[in-house]
Design a protein around this ligand. Structure first.
Ligand SMILES: CC(C)(COP(=O)(O)OP(=O)(O)OC[C@H]1O[C@@H](n2cnc3c(N)ncnc32)[C@H](O)[C@@H]1OP(=O)(O)O)[C@@H](O)C(=O)NCCC(=O)NCCS
Length: 221
């Protein structure tokens, strides 16, 4: 599969290129100077470059992924309200966070990798500390801002949901979405979550209250 990228040149850039003397048409004495080309509409000139589209791999998270995940999360912590975390996370914090995950348990971690770079994660986490909530997990999904809107979210969240269906003792997944977040809202609706309710002005960040929608996935049970 190949991606297509083009760089449009401005009329002025194109005019400069077609008028520039080159090694064959220079203005040295005795050498015929090639007249400038007449370009009817330079704005239609594009140069095309083909880039191979990088494959996205979904795999289990590893401790060595923690620096990349810390950086992705810290971006959203500092620049947006999509997460209600307020303070930058340290690598130590992420390493401790990583210790909760296993391959068959309630809490699992998947990462998306593109061209050898970790570009995001999806995880199931403890939903609430009261013990009767234990069969309910909370989901978390964050992609690097340069890698949103191209299907990676759907791919990695699907992997998480499918693994929750076969995990022992998981009954519900809850996703908490700070509104508005059209990408996350659509992703939850598309992948079988239903709206469980809304917290009116449930959080306060960057000097404002924010509504939160709770999505629930019943995992077919
Ligand atoms: C939310 C997020 C995980 C979604 O993943 P993504 O890879 O960007 O989404 P996908 O490309 O897989 O798209 C999934 C669906 O959402 C739609 N979508 C994605 N971004 C959208 C946007 N900004 N506005 C509207 N719809 C959007 C897609 O069109 C697709 O729906 P469709 O198949 O009906 O067209 C990702 O954008 C992200 O990490 N955002 C920043 C962090 C964040 O908000 N995390 C969630 C906190 S609750």
């Amino acid at each position: 599969m190949h991606g297509l990228c083009y760089n449009a040149k401005t009329s002025a850039e194109v005019a400069k290129l077609v008028d520039a003397p080159d090694s064959k048409s220079g203005s040295r004495e005795g050498v015929r100077v090639r007249p400038p080309l007449r370009v009817p509409n330079p704005s239609i000139f594009f140069s095309f470059t083909f880039y191979p589209a990088l494959e996205t791999t979904i795999r289990r998270g590893r401790e060595s992924d923690m620096p990349a995940l810390r950086d992705i999360l810290n971006h959203y912590i500092l620049k947006s309200v999509v997460t209600f975390e307020m303070v930058e996370l340290s690598l130590e914090n992420r390493k401790t966070w990583f210790t909760q995950f296993s391959e068959n348990g309630r809490y699992q971690l998947f990462v998306a990798e593109e061209g050898g770079e970790v570009v995001g994660y999806a995880a199931s986490l403890r939903f609430h500390q009261r013990p009767a909530y234990a069969p309910s997990v909370m989901s978390s999904i964050y992609l690097h801002p340069n890698h949103t809107g191209k299907g990676i979210g759907e791919k990695i969240y699907t992997e998480l949901i499918e693994n929750m269906k076969t995990a022992k003792d998981v009954h519900r997944i809850y996703g908490l979405v700070v509104l508005p977040n059209p990408g996350s809202e659509r992703l939850h609706e598309k992948l079988g979550f239903q709206v469980a309710g809304e917290l009116n002005e449930g959080g306060y960040k960057f000097g404002k209250y924010h509504d939160v929608r709770m999505y629930e996935h019943r995992l077919g049970r």
